[in-house]
Every structure is written in structure tokens, then in C-alpha cells.
Design a protein around this ligand. Structure first.
Ligand code: FAD
Length: 391
């Protein structure tokens, strides 16, 4: 195993710092999400001339909470953003698993499992810090720039919905689930519906709750919640197995009553959390294969564009951060032709991300009582390094 892609450990993510300058390299990053902004900062710090093209009118997020495990935090720290991120996060102490009647199954003390620097952070806060960090390093962030196609070539090109075209030495597709860059490299690959949906919401809190994630597991459903922003709000994700299809979108709203009804037989503590939800988003959980090809003709991909991941390892954002670091590190650390360096980047990342995606797929049913969670919980307590709470 490559010592820079250490198994599935979420405790550490070891890496080199290759300081060779990328000065003179002109790079377009598509997408100002977590992966795109982290890559922009990492590359601009090494001297590259970086422009980020984002389709949205502003760099902001409606999304709610994210769990950043130590492997993600170590990248943020290496980018010089560690203390700023910590200042806006809740440092997680434990994950408590309960059955749906409210009985505690197990309490996993994160520090005891070597998982200190495990953070609960609001996506908007992380995006803010990364955008600020990318700009401070010299990257240019351009909004309202929807990329309609990507053309690999000796000088790769992007075409924009507004009719403009731009070329660069390197185009990085950090454009998420429905990536144009992934399509240019791999054609379109249809995902399939997992027959699970998830609701996401935040509720106000008074800051007195412990810094713990709470998981309630019931037949065909589970509910996860954890505090954000000094415990003044609480993130909720509620997952249900069901045949009815839902769109793969983070922004589709639903009626809170539908979610409350789906968890109507859960314990009063769980029902109380859901009763306080006023607005909720619903998304369908789909499985996507990891992209077979991550590079070609001066184009590469990272984050969800390369390996969309089900939310059952809480690793989507962390993998995007790791990719961003490794891509910048590989470009700056190796001489030779660009395509060879991009092949080395894929080689460093492909196996680890594939295993994370597979582990998240495998976790999909483990939180549901129909699959003996008590046995699983004991098992996971022993193997915490590879299996974490869902998002
Ligand atoms: P994304 O974060 O999806 O960023 C992609 C960016 O590219 C977006 O800014 C998008 O607007 C832009 N873009 C896409 N297409 C184009 C185009 N054609 N032209 C220009 N720009 C384009 N994970 C969690 O763990 N917990 C959560 O609560 C959570 N919430 C999420 C909420 C949202 C709205 C999204 C999009 C993702 C969320 N995820 C969450 C998933 C997790 O954050 C992802 O795994 C992680 O963000 C991957 O980062 P990324 O940079 O690869 O992609």
C-alpha cells in the first residue's frame, strides 16, 4: 500500500509537503465547493495562477452540518486553516448509539479511539473559510459561471452557458455529483436509487447539549443528530428505506410532517427533535461507481465528481479535502509531463476512495434494526477506525 494513502484510517492522513513551485501554471477549477476551494488554495499557495468558476450567484451554502474526521482536519490544518475551522466548529466528544425505543446501545468515546480533532461544522462556515483562504492565496473566484461542457485536449477548454469559452494548462472538475468534467472523461454513467431517502434539517438549541452525535436506530430507519455553532443549532439527518423515488438533490424541500410520520414510533427524545423541525430537505440516496478515469487531455476530477459517496461514513467532504491536497502535492512534487503527474494523482487516490465508497455502501443498512444493529454496534466499537457514524 502506498504510504501516502493509508488504508481506511480516519485517524490520520499522512502526506508530504512538496514545495516545488507551480508558478506559470494556469489552472481553471470548476466548482467552489469544499474540494474546489481547498484545491484552489493548495495550488495558489504553490504559485499557480488559479481561477475558480462557480455557477451559483454567491459562495454560500444552504446545506447544514458536516462531520470532519481527523483525516479531513489534518488537510485543513496543512492549508493553514486549522484554528479558524476549530473556532467555528464543535469538537466532538462521542457518538452515542440508541435503539429506537431510546435505550443506549453503546457510547463511543472518540478521543479514546484516537479520534481527537473530530469536528461538527456548518457547511456554510467551512465554505466561507475555504473561500476566504483561496482568495487570500491569490486564487480568483468567479461567480455565475455555469460550465456547459469540458473539452480535453493539448490545451483543455471549458464552454460556459453564457457562450464564452476559456482554456488553461489544466482544468480541474470539482463540480460535484453531476460533473461535466467527469462526463467528458468517462461519458455518462447512470447511478441507481438505493431505495433509501434522507431528510436533513436544523433546529435551534440553547447550547447546553453535550458535544456528542446521537444516533437512533429502528426498523428500516435511523436518525442522526449533532450540535453545530456552539450548540446553538442541531443538525438532523433522518434516513428511511422506501420504494418511492426522490430526486438526488440537496435542495428539494419536503413537508416536515412526512418525516415526523415516518418516525412516529421512535422514542419521545427522537420524536421531540423531529417535532421542532420547521423546514426540511429530502434527497434520494443513489449509488454511483467511482469514475474509472480521473484524467485525460489536461483535465482531472476530484471530490464528488470522481467518487460520489453515500452519506454512511461521513467522508464525502473529507475525501474531497484529501483529493485536493494530494492533487496539489503530486503536481508540485513530480517533474515530467502533466498527464504523468495526473496519472500519479489518480494512482494515489483511487484505491482509498474506492474503499471508502464501498465501506459507505456496506454501511447503508447497518443502522437499521432489521439488520441486528446491536451486533453491529459492538462490532463497530471495536473497528471504529474504519466505520464511523453516518452524516
Ligand atoms: P460539492 O460540494 O458538490 O461542490 C460542487 C460545486 O460545483 C458546487 O458549488 C456547485 O454549485 C458547483 N458546480 C456544479 N456544476 C457546475 C457547473 N456546471 N459549472 C460551475 N459550477 C458548478 N455532506 C455531508 O457530509 N453533510 C452534509 O450536510 C452535506 N450537505 C451537502 C449540501 C450540499 C448543497 C451539497 C452540494 C453537498 C453536501 N454534502 C454533505 C456532501 C459533501 O459535502 C460532499 O461529499 C462534498 O461537499 C464534496 O465536495 P465537492 O467539492 O466535491 O462537491
Amino acid at each position: 500500500m502506498d504510504k501516502q494513502t493509508p488504508g481506511l484510517s480516519l485517524r490520520r492522513f499522512s502526506f508530504h509537503y512538496n514545495a516545488m513551485s507551480l508558478s506559470g501554471m494556469n489552472i481553471i477549477v470548476i466548482g467552489a465547493g469544499i474540494g474546489g476551494l481547498a484545491a484552489a488554495r493548495a495550488l495558489a499557495l504553490r504559485g499557480a495562477d488559479v481561477t475558480v468558476m462557480e455557477q451559483a450567484p454567491e459562495i454560500t451554502e444552504v446545506g447544514a452540518g458536516l462531520q470532519i474526521s481527523p483525516n479531513g482536519f489534518v488537510v485543513l490544518n496543512a492549508l493553514g486553516l486549522g484554528s479558524a475551522v476549530k473556532a467555528r466548529s464543535v469538537e466532538a466528544g462521542a457518538v452515542c448509539l440508541h435503539d429506537y425505543r431510546g435505550r443506549r446501545v453503546v457510547r463511543l468515546d472518540l478521543a479514546r479511539h484516537g479520534l481527537s480533532d473530530y469536528l461538527f461544522v456548518h457547511r456554510a462556515d467551512l465554505i466561507d473559510l475555504l473561500a476566504e483562504g483561496a482568495r487570500a492565496a491569490g486564487a480568483k473566484l468567479r461567480l455565475l459561471q455555469k460550465v456547459s461542457s469540458v473539452t480535453p485536449g493539448t490545451r483543455p477548454r471549458i464552454d460556459l452557458a453564457n457562450g464564452a469559452s476559456l482554456s488553461a494548462d489544466l482544468v480541474i472538475g470539482a463540480d460535484g455529483l453531476h460533473s461535466k468534467a467527469r462526463e467528458a472523461l468517462n461519458g455518462s454513467i447512470a447511478p441507481f436509487f438505493t431505495r433509501q431517502v434522507a431528510w436533513r434539517a436544523v433546529i435551534p438549541e440553547d447550547g447546553s447539549q453535550p458535544a456528542e452525535a446521537r444516533v437512533y436506530m429502528g426498523p428500516h430507519r435511523h436518525l442522526v443528530s449533532y450540535p453545530l455553532r456552539d450548540g446553538r443549532i442541531r443538525n438532523i439527518v433522518a434516513v428511511q428505506e422506501r420504494a418511492a423515488w426522490a430526486a438526488e438533490s440537496w435542495s428539494q424541500e419536503d413537508d416536515p410532517i412526512a418525516m415526523q410520520a415516518a418516525f412516529g414510533d421512535f422514542c419521545p427524545e427522537a420524536r421531540d427533535l423531529l417535532a421542532r423541525v420547521e423546514r426540511v430537505n429530502l434527497w434520494g440516496l443513489f449509488r454511483h461507481p467511482v469514475a474509472p478515469s480521473w484524467h485525460g487531455g489536461g483535465v482531472t476530477i476530484l471530490g464528488d465528481a470522481a467518487h460520489p459517496t453515500l452519506p454512511f461514513m461521513a467522508q464525502g467532504a473529507c475525501m474531497a479535502l484529501e483529493d485536493a491536497w494530494v492533487l496539489a502535492d503530486t503536481l508540485a512534487g513530480q517533474g515530467g509531463a502533466l498527464e504523468g503527474r495526473l496519472a500519479a494523482y489518480q494512482a494515489r487516490r483511487h484505491n482509498r476512495t474506492r474503499r471508502i465508497v464501498e465501506a459507505a455502501n456496506g454501511n447503508a443498512w447497518k443502522y437499521h434494526l432489521s439488520f441486528k444493529p446491536l451486533r453491529w454496534a459492538a462490532h463497530s466499537a471495536m473497528r471504529l477506525g474504519t466505520t464511523l457514524a453516518p452524516e
